[in-house]
Design a protein around this ligand. Structure first.
Ligand code: AMP
Ligand code: ZN
Length: 112
């Protein structure tokens, strides 16, 4: 989608630190990491938010990619957090649905 920063990252028009890619999913390091590992997982298809993501297969693909990458990073045992900010109350700033994965260290117990 024109003007979408994550679509530009997926197309390689904006540089990113790629962590994972398959035919449906792209994952890259967050530019402002909030933990030792802070990775964003996005569908290649432009979908603005979790509310608009209604396709089971896309959700499956993203979560299997998260499982694969966290295992490869060796944080599947120590733990990690998956978070999706959806809409204004959650403070979503980029309107291409994405899942934050944070790990590699002890995380805050604050959820809000
Ligand atoms: P959210 O607030 O959940 O919409 O998260 C958007 C995230 O995208 C933030 O954590 C930003 O640091 C991250 N972000 C924005 N632009 C870039 C970029 N060019 N490369 C990597 N991460 C980015
Ligand atoms: Zn997009």
């Amino acid at each position: 989608m024109d003007g979408c920063i994550f679509c530009k990252i997926i197309k390689g028009e904006i540089p990113s630190k790629k962590v994972y890619e398959d035919s449906n999913v792209y994952a890259f390091s967050d530019i402002h990491p909030q933990a030792k590992h802070h990775i964003l997982f996005v569908p290649k298809q432009h979908i603005s938010g979790l509310t608009e993501l209604n396709d089971k297969e896309t959700l499956n693909n993203i979560f299997f990619a998260i499982k694969k990458v966290t295992k490869e990073l060796g944080i599947d045992g120590t733990g990690y957090r998956v978070c999706a900010n959806n809409g204004p109350d959650a403070g979503q700033t980029v309107f291409h649905v994405h899942f934050h994965v944070l790990g590699g260290q002890r995380l805050s117990d604050k959820m809000v």
